[in-house]
Design a protein around this ligand. Sequence first.
Ligand code: AOS
Ligand code: ZN
Ligand code: ZN
Ligand code: ZN
Length: 424
Amino acid sequence: MILNKAQIDAHNEKRLAQHKRAFDFVSGELPDAEAIIRKLVDFQVAIPSWALGSGGTRFGRFSGGGEPSTLEEKIEDIGLLHQLNRSSGAVSLHIPWDIPKDAQAIKNLATDFDLKFDAMNSNTFQDQKDQKLSYKFGSMQHVDKAVRQQAIDHNIEVIKYGEELGSNSLTVWLSDGSCFPGQLNFRNAFNNTLESLQAVYAALPEDWKVFVEYKAFEPNFYSTTVGDWGQSLLYASKLGDKAYTLVDLGHHLPNANIEQIVALLLNEKKLGGFHFNDSKYGDDDLTVGSIKPYQLFLIFKELVEGMDARGMNHATDLGWMIDASHNVKDPLEDLLQSVEAIMLAYAQALLVDSKVLSDAQLNNDVAGAQEILQSAYRTDLRSLVAEARLRSGAALQPLQLFREEKIRQQLIGKRGTNSIATGL
Ligand code: AOS
Ligand code: ZN
Ligand code: ZN
Ligand code: ZN
């Protein structure tokens, strides 16, 4: 392990007095800081195995070096993040980018880092080297039944890998769609996709869930066969109780009211998973909270309210994952920032007094309702999030510790400057 407990303790020791001052100041003003801290301690966000290297765009890729080039190294990186913040206790794998050759050994390694396996991701949006049929014109929607069957078989294989690792959910993101009007028959594409998903659903183990992820556009630019939450909800509803919609924040058309989508999906018992990121234009996959932090807070407010209304456990009843890509930042620093932004938005959402808000709504007190939300959003809860970390044995300031210990330089020393992580 690159980091040990003594290093974390020493880092915390140095900052303890300052932290205490900030924490006492804020927590003294809150009705129940302890309740928020307990929830923060429990909350875990899965890290995707494909976000540990530099992402790049179609114009170029600029690696910072020291990237993990094997699944083992990826798990080490996620283990390191988890040591730093104790909030990244799960891994989400993409097959075939991260096929576990020896599942038991991978499972043991993850256990050593106190990591679980979150949702498994299938991939029918690329052609792999040894693949028989091409996905150029789609996978589950394809006009050729043999291509559809190949996509079904792949998803079933992904479930098998997941079972070996102890995962219990499958995320299906399809790039299927069309680039030009007339290219495909919308109804046939939908029905083929539904039929294919039904075949995968039939192979789902009893205690598994399947998440149907939607996306407005890209790589197809005219139509996407699972293009929005309405389409995803149609599939999920027709499939059955084990099927849910997955919301990726970057997959909406500009200005979509994502918080309202989240509220209604929860109301329908059909929200299953979440991909966090942020964006200015499209599926930019930027650091969570870097562009629209208020929107992130509003989404969390709906998540907390909707989950509480249904008696759901915040930490375990939805699949929480980051889905981001890093072009100019150190991927590990970027992921630390994303987790921090998620925890902060979650803490602020927990601060909203739903009873008081509901009273304001019942009285049509529009200004009052806004005051309630914005006062929660503008309360600086960073020291509460840090306190939750301190109590779980993590670092008060994970990013600073990462830098102090020169962890990237150490990784470059171990792995070299040219190691490349598989992924996008
Ligand atoms: C693609 O845009 C989606 O966000 C998927 O979640 C995808 O599987 C993931 O981003 C890896 O490419
Ligand atoms: Zn996603
Ligand atoms: Zn995406
Ligand atoms: Zn995205």
